[in-house]
Ligand binder design. Sequence first.
Ligand SMILES: Nc1ncnc2c1ncn2[C@@H]1O[C@H](COP(=O)(O)OP(=O)(O)OP(=O)(O)O)[C@@H](O)[C@H]1O
Ligand SMILES: [Zn+2]
Length: 590
Amino acid sequence: MWRHSVRSVLGKAQVFHGVRSAARSVNAVRSRLSGSCCGVSGKTWIRPGGFDTGLKTFNSLTKQKEPLILAREGVATWYSCGPTVYDHAHLGHACSYVRFDILQRILTKMFGITVIHAMVITDIDDKIIKRSWEENVSPTIISSTYEDEFKKDMLSLKVIPPAVYLRVTDNVHHIVAFIERIIQNGHAYATKEGDVFFDIRSIGDRYGKFGGLFHVFFSVTSYPGWSTNKRDARDFALWKPSKPQEPYWESPWGRGRPGWHIECSTIASCITGHSVFGSQLDIHSGGIDLAFPHHENEVAQSEAYHQCGQWANYFLHSGHLHLKGSAEKMSKSLKNYITIKDFLQSYSANEFRMFCLLAKYRSAVDYSDSSMSQARTSLGTISTFIHDAQAYLKGQLQCLPVQEAFLWERLAETKSSVVKALAEDFDTPRAVGALMNMVYHGNCQLQPVSESDGAARSPAVFAAMISYIRDVLDVFGIDLLHSKPAQEAGGASHGGNLEGVVEQLTRFRSEVRAFALARQDAPTSGSTSKPGLFKERIPLLKACDTLRDGLAPFGVLIKDRGATSTWEITQGKPSERGQSVQNKDQETSS
Ligand SMILES: Nc1ncnc2c1ncn2[C@@H]1O[C@H](COP(=O)(O)OP(=O)(O)OP(=O)(O)O)[C@@H](O)[C@H]1O
Ligand SMILES: [Zn+2]
């Protein structure tokens, strides 16, 4: 796939100036830090040193778009909070993980950045334990069942798996060591009851990097996590003593299990005991609900452990998916969810991806049949254009002469708009808009005629447009070439080659139609029939109509264009889209 240099699009001077000044300011700050986080005051974001990608991304730490600067050239380290596996994965998860998958694909396939992605699987938690009691099975059975299901669901949505999935339960010994170091560094304390709490006061005014939410959250009287064992209401658990019947691990503080936030700090820092991401992480992602307190606490712990002023440089948060009309996000605990499997009975992964692309990754989205039908229509428009353009290339579709130079210009303009949109905080709706605009102009130029009269043809520009559209869709993880109707997705593959069969069938039908559409010049002497179609051939035309109508519900859309016919295999519920075209073309009734 091509690699785009944003520099060439956005202007070299601006970017290089940015890199140098960023490097200068970070070096200045780093020398002030001199290895100790405790020397740093305040919550000010430090612009990282390293390599300016030329992209901009919204950073929740600053609440504005910032230049995306990576520690290592061409490589982005990326950590994601994964699911707590105690129930089915739903469309809310799908939305968050597909959106970040699209962002990672854009970085990799469009801008040539290798993404090293690690994700935690939270496989021990109060909710898992509760579910195991309800189901009367071990927590391990609950977590492994839903972990497997989550991974399969992600694959069915074509989410590229992270380089590594890491379970909390496989890493408890690292978590214990991580907590010990935080205690040694003077930022956590153990209680006689066997808890370990993070000591918020020990980091002064540096708590609250994600904004002022914590003032509301921590009212000493109302905060549900308030315990008299804590030194400060804001202190949070790094280690919790286990209650009877609960799973536990041995630790210097007695039997217990890790708190929620510490798992991410540890795993993001020390993958399987080796320092993979270490004290430096480029990008951290999760749903917006995780910003506070989860990410706030991750930051506090990690910076206390690494003794650094800034652990993760960019926090990317995705907006929530809601059922249309609901103020609440879709969630397992609210039981207001649609599972990914149920969804895939009615829609395809491609359609869900288009649904995600049509809104910015940071915005909240309403899920409804009408928003899905908008996504389906957009994909259908693109797919129909590709098929029509292919029919034109093959000479099956005869058209009026095309304004070729105009289309080459549209193509160049689209390429530039798509790169600019994606470099500007991954603005996928703008990129899709640019693509649809090009498709619109392409369609306008494909004006079918029944006789070409040897008019000039312009196949190259349509071939270039098709290739470009496929490339961009590939960046987004949409593959129209091998798409199947939703009902078939994940099912057993059919024997034979459907496309080949449809091609042969349509060719045969075209010959029959051409024969049936032949006109008699004048009535033969003594004949009672009028000039026009041969009466005895009309049943053949009717049979052609019936075949076309009969194939539509199976997703085979045949379009009759004068004497020739084209075909395509449609997405999702083909009969709805097929029907409208067929009615326009009904020929035996006219
Ligand atoms: N409705 C949603 N829209 C977008 N992202 C979501 C939604 N629900 C969960 N996520 C994201 O999915 C990831 C995993 O979340 P988690 O396992 O906590 O799901 P959940 O359904 O919210 O569970 P719970 O109800 O137990 O909190 C997080 O990054 C979270 O922000
Ligand atoms: Zn996390």
